[in-house]
Design a protein around this ligand. Structure first.
Ligand SMILES: Nc1nc2c(ncn2[C@@H]2O[C@H](COP(=O)(O)OP(=O)(O)OP(=O)(O)O)[C@@H](O)[C@H]2O)c(=O)[nH]1
Ligand SMILES: [Mg+2]
Ligand SMILES: [Zn+2]
Length: 279
């Protein structure tokens, strides 16, 4: 692309066409300009990483977007997405949006969740796309990077992008009143230029995290950052009922959060179930 801000339609040609290589949003390609609207894609630069779901290449940050309510915050979904970020080697940033909906008596639990993840070493940002709360901090945290927004449907990914990019005019829609679930308003992955530099990708939300499909079961224990500092008697310990399991001891002594451990067991059983179905 000659000038930034010019949009072309890319058509695979030559080697790329022959190998049938899929081109992902975020890919860096070599092109030849064919006409005012079209470029021929002839080469593909090696990817730094590739996230299969949502499908984006070369992401610097996975902006995991959860809402506090509507849909309700789920640490299990969050932990699944964090494991996915670790597996695909993308630095996660946790966003808890819809802060304007936090009730007085919910402030303490919200604070506890934020502290838990910060203690593990993740960045947590509290935002409201509605009131603008936390948007300046978010804009600063994301500038200059290729950022993928990912999270359940209805948590406010498109709304946050609209707040970050004046004039983006991305479609947003209310969550269902009865189910408190999103309506799958965004249907495609779109990369938008960040006015502060870099790129922001809006992606379709989901109802369910399909971690077992993308992440190999045996890698799960290593994807929980907070488990890494503890030694187990067995090298390939699943941290379930093995003797001398340092992670279980850490849970008992309060050094690993029981919530994180419960999430781990949940995702492990989902993954094992998935593997059994493939047999
Ligand atoms: N109260 C409140 N509502 C919000 C906030 N952010 C988004 N919403 C509302 O939540 C609903 C869903 O927002 P979207 O931005 O469409 O959510 P999304 O994550 O893009 O959803 P999908 O495209 O389906 O994945 C809309 O009605 C938004 O107006 C917020 O901070 N506070
Ligand atoms: Mg959306
Ligand atoms: Zn163990």
């Amino acid at each position: 692309m000659k000038e930034l801000g010019t949009v072309f339609i890319g058509v695979p040609r030559g080697k790329i066409l022959k190998t049938g290589e899929r081109i992902y949003t975020g890919d860096i390609v070599e092109v030849e300009v064919v006409d005012k609207e079209t470029v021929a894609i002839e080469g593909l630069k090696e990817r730094k990483n590739l996230l299969p779901q949502p499908p984006v290449a070369n992401a610097d940050t996975l902006a995991i977007t959860m809402s506090w309510r509507k849909p309700p915050f789920s640490n299990r979904i969050l932990d699944g997405l964090l494991a996915q970020a670790e597996f695909f080697d993308i630095e996660p940033l946790i966003i808890i949006n819809k802060q304007d909906l936090v009730r007085k008596r919910e402030e303490a639990p919200l604070q506890r969740w934020s502290e838990l993840y910060q203690k593990i070493g993740y960045r947590v940002l509290l935002t409201s796309a509605k009131t603008g709360f936390g948007i300046e901090d978010l804009a600063e945290a994301l500038k200059g990077q290729l950022v993928v927004f990912a999270g359940p449907s209805g948590t406010g990914k498109s709304s946050l992008l609209n707040a970050l990019i004046p004039g983006a005019l991305l479609k947003v829609a209310p969550v269902s009143k009865k189910l408190e679930k999103g309506r799958h308003t965004t249907t495609e992955v779109r990369l938008l230029p960040n006015p502060r530099g870099g790129w922001l990708a809006d992606t379709p939300g989901f109802q369910k995290v399909d971690l077992p499909r993308w992440v190999a079961t045996e890698s799960l224990p290593a994807l929980f950052r907070d488990f890494r500092g503890f030694r187990c008697e067995f090298n390939n310990c699943w941290h379930k009922n093995e003797p001398g399991c340092g992670v279980r001891q850490a849970v008992d002594s309060g050094n690993v959060s029981p919530h994180r451990y419960a999430s781990y067991l949940f995702w492990l059983s989902k993954s094992l179930e998935h593997d059994r179905q493939l047999l």
